[in-house]
Design a binder for this molecule. Structure first.
Ligand SMILES: *Cc1c(COP(=O)(O)O)cnc(C)c1O
Length: 367
């Protein structure tokens, strides 16, 4: 039986990649902001419709650098319904995460519940456009403005999404995108920060390059998180095909919707109005009472057929063992319920519609 994973990396043709990296044997400039790096940075500004892009070796370190560049202090209001990276980036910066509950319909932070969590120690809000679902950016902007807080979006899932005609990376003070191999657009490992305040350019540069501004001056304590030329070359190749890949993902998503919509006990992902989506994930919630089987029983059944769906996001990051006893954990009942019911089904550009049908048949036969 062939194996179907939750995702499968898109790759350019090997000849295209070889053609792209050939220059590097001439230039011998393999990292440290080379020609491919600059070209990718410019092309991403355009594709993402954002004023500025700063590239990083991965999304996680991009988020850590964005936080560090703003000199945040104290408490950060964030969501527990995300990948560990979001919360780890906060804690590794010496800050305390304060967990806000999410909305049941799209799993993004419940912006109406942010204000009650603000204290005189709060310095920022770090929401997540989880599954590429767009947060309530207007309400978050208002709340942040009223209380003088920074906003950094974890947009790891949101590559290419547009709200009206605006790139999703143009909201807040900064946004982080991940270009990990499993994401919609990738540079093998990679990521970026998008932002509009030009004074962040040098601050992010210092963060990714050992805290130095030139060979002799080190104003900051920082590590190394530069994107190299082979990563940037992969990005240049993948960017040429991104629209086609997103269209193929859309077909897969529409097939899932057609097969699974309206079934008792199953709540499926739905498109938000007025948003250009990227079809990054297809989350499904299984209500054990109504569907008759729990999410975990669905996972087990699929794995008997060599199909590996993933429980994104379970457990909540507020439940991670490494945080126990370190700071208070707020109660987030909606997020708890979503984490116990959610399953993200296999989804990638080259997943065949026959395979989608097979996955849906297995789920439907479980009832
Ligand atoms: C993938 C991901 C990250 C981390 O990105 P990397 O590029 O893998 O370091 C951060 N946040 C979320 C929500 C993610 O899914």
């Amino acid at each position: 039986m062939k194996r179907i994973n939750v995702t499968r990396s898109s790759m350019p043709r090997i000849e295209e990649y070889i053609e792209e990296i050939k220059d590097l044997w001439e230039s011998r400039w393999l990292t440290n902001m080379g020609a491919k790096h600059s070209e990718l940075q410019d092309k991403l500004c355009e594709y993402l419709s954002v004023p500025q892009v700063s590239l990083f070796t991965n999304g996680h370190l991009a988020l850590e650098a964005a936080i560090a560049s703003m000199k945040l202090t104290g408490e950060i209001i964030t969501t527990p319904f995300t990948f560990a990276s979001t919360t780890q980036a906060i804690v590794r910066n010496g800050l305390t995460p304060v967990f806000c509950d999410i909305k049941a319909d799209d799993c993004t932070i419940d912006a109406d519940k942010i204000e009650e969590l603000i204290t005189d120690r709060t310095s920022a809000i770090i929401p997540v456009h989880v599954y590429g679902n767009v947060c309530d950016v207007e309400k978050i902007r208002e709340t942040a403005k009223k209380h003088g807080l920074k906003v950094i979006y974890d947009a790891a899932h949101a590559f290419g999404i547009e709200v009206g005609n605006k790139g999703i990376g143009s909201f807040g003070d900064a946004s982080m995108f991940s270009f990990h191999a499993t994401k919609v657009f990738h540079t093998i490992e990679g990521g970026c920060v998008t932002y509009s305040d030009k004074s962040l350019t040098s601050k992010l540069q210092v963060q990714k390059n050992f805290g130095m501004i030139n060979a002799y001056d080190y104003p900051e304590i920082a590590g190394n998180s530069k994107m190299n030329e082979f990563q940037a070359a992969m990005g240049l190749c993948n960017l040429r095909h991104i629209d086609e890949k997103i269209q193929k993902r859309k077909k897969v998503v529409y097939r899932y919707i057609e097969r699974l919509k309206g079934l008792e006990g199953i709540t499926i992902w739905h498109e938000q109005d007025g948003i250009k989506h990227n079809y990054a994930y297809f989350p499904v919630m299984f209500d054990k009472e109504l569907f008759g089987k729990s999410r975990d029983e669905v996972v087990d059944k699929l794995s008997e057929y060599n199909i590996y769906a993933r429980k994104y996001f379970y457990p909540l990051t507020s439940r991670l063992q490494c945080y126990m006893g370190k700071f208070p954990i707020q109660s987030t009942p909606v997020a708890e319920k979503c984490a116990s019911e959610v399953l993200t089904l296999p989804l990638y550009a080259d997943l065949s519609l026959d395979d989608v049908d097979m996955i849906c048949d297995i789920i439907l036969n479980l009832r």
